[in-house]
Ligand binder design. Structure first.
Ligand code: PLP
Length: 399
């Protein structure tokens, strides 16, 4: 298939198709488990001349299986370039440290994954990079927060764990007017639900650990780019300037597992979204549930926006059962859904954001993020939905 024919494929076909491997004619992606690559005089000369992209040098700089993962990610996130990383947090750190220098400023949504919030709120400040946290749903507050030294607006397409939906058009327009970049974490939604680069976002960061992997067996991440504001080779620059120096490449076996998982991404996420919608509707009627956060429900603050931006509403939802003790009792009583960190897998996982992922965030900030003590976050898997509903009903009956 020519690159043009490949580019014309629809999303589901792109997830399944790999370019042929000329060396072996294998239709599955080859796995190259080498940390080192042999030089000859010609290769040596090309490396010396700085032509590093097409030459395999050393595993920390890149690996053929990892490059193939980058190529697939580019296809499914509609990107012009991709850089694979060891984890989602490595993708976020590499892109921020690659873009920013001391004295720069970020405008970030109040609600992001806890480690992201903590990195912006504490770690980056040690390097003279400051952040103003705002509610990006209030676009005037985004505009008001932008300063002369602001370099970027950071947000999640669907935010962890309140399912706040980012208004892509509005945020991209503010960034255009103010000449700043937009960086969007697309982990919670996945590229099946929204592809932020198609809406004009400059950079997408993603934890491939979640929906892309789908089987709770890999840690990985990716940075995807389509931007007229950045040089075309920006990700190559930060591969060498930042990722290689930090030693955070995606391991080849993980890249291979992710390549295999991507081929079923569409059908997995389709089922996860369908089941999440059913479960959200069920919880919305449940006497033991005080509140449900799911963009597919009319009660969600940005339901109209979600409907406009996304064909489905994602496989993640949260609901509140009143307090931390009840939340713990419910999760401890589940038999099918597991009480575990992480998300996006074929098996349903649940957690209590206030006392797990967001435990280190001060209570006042957690409140600002919209996280309640009795909030339970559910990553809906591909189990039979009636079995899942039965499992949750049985656990909820105990509180
Ligand atoms: N972004 C979001 C929205 C997440 O929920 C997570 C982890 O839960 C990450 C990034 C970090 O991903 P990883 O665990 O692969 O570093």
């Amino acid at each position: 298939m020519t690159p043009e024919e490949r580019a014309a494929l629809r999303f589901d076909s792109k997830t399944v198709y790999y370019p042929e491997d000329d060396a072996t004619q294998s239709i599955a992606a080859p796995l190259v488990m080498s940390s080192s690559f042999q030089y000859d005089a010609e290769i040596y000369q090309r490396v010396v001349e700085g032509e590093r992209k097409d030459v395999n040098i050393y595993g920390r700089c890149g690996n053929p299986t990892e490059y193939q993962f980058e190529e697939q990610m580019m296809q499914i996130e509609s990107a012009d370039a991709c850089l694979a990383t060891a984890s989602g947090m490595a993708a976020i750190s590499v892109v921020l440290f690659g873009l920013l220098k001391s004295g720069d400023h970020i405008v970030c949504d109040w609600t992001t994954y806890s480690s992201t919030h903590e990195m912006l709120d504490h770690r980056l400040t040690d390097f003279g990079i400051t952040t103003t946290f705002v509610d990006t749903a209030d676009i005037e507050s985004v505009k008001a927060a932008i300063q002369e030294n602001t370099r970027l607006i950071y947000f999640e397409s669907i935010a962890n764990p309140t399912m706040k939906v980012a208004d892509m058009n509005a945020l991209v327009e503010v960034a255009r007017q103010q000449e700043v970049l937009t960086v969007c974490d697309n982990t919670f939604a996945s590229p099946c639900v929204i592809r932020p680069l198609e809406w004009g976002v400059d950079l997408v960061v993603e934890s491939a650990t979640k929906f892309i992997s789908g089987h709770s067996d890999v840690i990985g991440g990716a940075i995807c780019m389509k931007s007229e504001k950045l040089p075309a080779d920006f990700l190559e620059q930060i591969r060498w300037d930042t990722m290689v120096k930090w030693g955070s490449p995606l391991a080849p076996f993980n890249a291979w597992l992710l390549l295999r998982s991507m081929q079923t991404l569409s059908i997995r996420v389709e089922r996860q979204c369908q089941s999440a919608m059913k479960l959200a509707n069920h919880f919305a009627q449940h006497e033991k549930v005080n509140r449900v956060w799911y963009p597919g429900l009319a009660s969600h603050a940005q339901h109209a926006l979600a409907k406009m931006q996304m064909p489905t509403f994602g496989g993640m939802l949260s609901f509140d059962v009143g307090n931390a003790n009840k939340a713990l009792k419910v999760l401890d009583s589940l038999k099918l859904a597991c009480f575990a960190a992480s998300l996006g897998g074929v098996r349903t996982t649940t957690q209590i954001p206030a006392s797990m992922a967001f435990l280190d965030i001060p209570e006042a900030e957690r409140r600002q993020m919209g996280i309640s003590d009795g909030m339970i976050r559910v990553s809906v898997g591909i189990e039979d939905i009636d079995d899942l509903i039965h499992d949750f009903d049985r656990a909820l009956a105990l509180v």
